[in-house]
Design a protein around this ligand. Structure first.
Ligand code: NAP
Length: 344
């Protein structure tokens, strides 16, 4: 076997705030029979990546190989792996909790249940950014709003079926995934509103299924949301996909309704909801508490094969290798608007 075939390139931060460096290691070995070795072809940048590298969030241990999202080709499978074969094109829920499972490297090892096949029509670059925002959206709806999620096969005791929902941050990756999953989980008559900058409004409505999009900076935002609901009553629930709700946004809630508010954990302080609002903070790591979580990635594969789940946001290719990753982290730190940053 040539040296090249046994090597792995890792793009690692050696300490907090340090630029990424390329380090060469042996390819990670399969250590369990249900593991899959993936040759990573495209990586999507998440806010969590720069928060870990730049701020040491999530109890980061150095050196850190970051990366939650990516897509590539199966290079080896463990003895018990049934769903994948060498050469399959896949995306996965990577994890920087251990360097061998993170996506900022040429080869990573993951358990089979974290991996989904990519339909032929999807490029690696498009598929690379799907998993984390989809998974966190599932947690936001399944745990944050306690909604049943029929696209997961497990039966859930959740019963909350809002007739109207406002998504704060509809043009974020998480917001765009949340809009699609609300449409899949709720009856077509459900009013689904979303806030963003006006330049993204047509995408939120025509591609992601929002009933209407509202200007995130309008002083009339809450009044517009109430007016979009029958009788001008307001929405049953708010999903805050960016931790962006200010006091005025809560006026969008129906005063006589269930008044539920699910907010994503951004690493910052929890937003204090007004008295009488049922507020739940959610984060990706709460996934095991969601009914049907074990089926989550297989469900995403089914939705992609059925054409039921679309590319949430356009992809912006920002470069290749370590320079591309460094540039992606810098762009993400400065802020991103309505697109997913991807590095090959
Ligand atoms: N804890 C977890 O497990 C977890 C998992 C995933 C994400 N998150 C967190 O969730 C947040 C979103 O992540 P992401 O990947 O979806 O981010 P993203 O795509 O980078 O978010 C950028 C978008 O946020 C929108 N935005 C920012 N502030 C807003 C506000 N006040 N109102 C409405 N829209 C606003 C911008 O909208 P416009 O450009 O239209 O103005 C922009 O399109 C991040 O803080 C991330 O760390 C946490």
């Amino acid at each position: 076997m040539s040296t090249q075939n046994t090597q792995n390139k890792q793009y690692a931060a050696l300490g907090q705030g340090q630029p990424l460096t390329t380090q060469t290691s042996a390819k990670p070995a399969l250590e369990a029979a249900d593991e899959v070795l993936i040759r990573v072809r495209a990586v999507a940048i998440n806010p969590a990546d720069y928060k870990m590298v730049g701020q040491g969030q999530r109890g980061t241990v150095w050196p850190l190989v970051p990366g939650l999202d990516g897509a590539g080709v199966v290079e080896a499978v463990g003895a018990d792996v049934r769903r994948f074969a060498v050469g399959d094109r896949v995306l996965a829920m990577f994890s920087p909790a251990a360097n061998r499972t993170a996506s900022y490297q040429t080869h990573a090892v993951l358990r089979e249940q974290k991996v989904a096949r990519i339909p032929d029509a999807w490029s690696f670059e498009e598929a690379a950014g799907l998993a984390t925002c989809y998974m966190t959206a599932v947690v936001g709806l399944g745990l944050g709003l306690a909604m049943p999620l029929p696209f997961l096969t497990d039966s859930s005791p959740n019963t909350f079926q809002p007739s109207s929902v406002l998504v704060v941050g509809g043009s974020s990756a998480l917001g765009a995934a949340t809009l699609q999953l609300l449409r899949l989980a709720l009856p077509p008559s459900t009013i689904i509103l979303a806030t963003s900058s006006p330049k993204h409004h047509s995408h939120l409505v025509s591609a992601l299924g929002a009933t209407a999009a509202l200007d995130r900076n309008s002083p009339e935002l809450a009044a517009q949301a109430r007016a979009a609901c029958p009788g001008g009553r307001g929405v049953d629930a708010i999903v805050d996909a960016v931790g962006g709700a200010d006091a005025a946004v809560f006026d969008a809630l129906d005063p006589a309704g269930p008044r539920r508010y699910a907010q994503v954990w951004t690493g910052g302080a929890e937003i204090d909801a007004p008295a009488g609002v049922d507020s739940v903070l959610f984060r990706g790591r709460d996934l095991p508490r969601v009914h049907g979580a074990a089926d989550l990635v297989t469900a995403l594969q089914r939705l992609l094969e059925q054409g039921a789940y679309k590319l949430p946001l356009p992809v912006s290719l920002v470069g290749h290798g370590v320079d591309g990753l460094q540039r992606g982290l810098e762009l993400m730190r400065r802020s991103v608007s309505g697109e997913k940053l991807v590095v090959t």
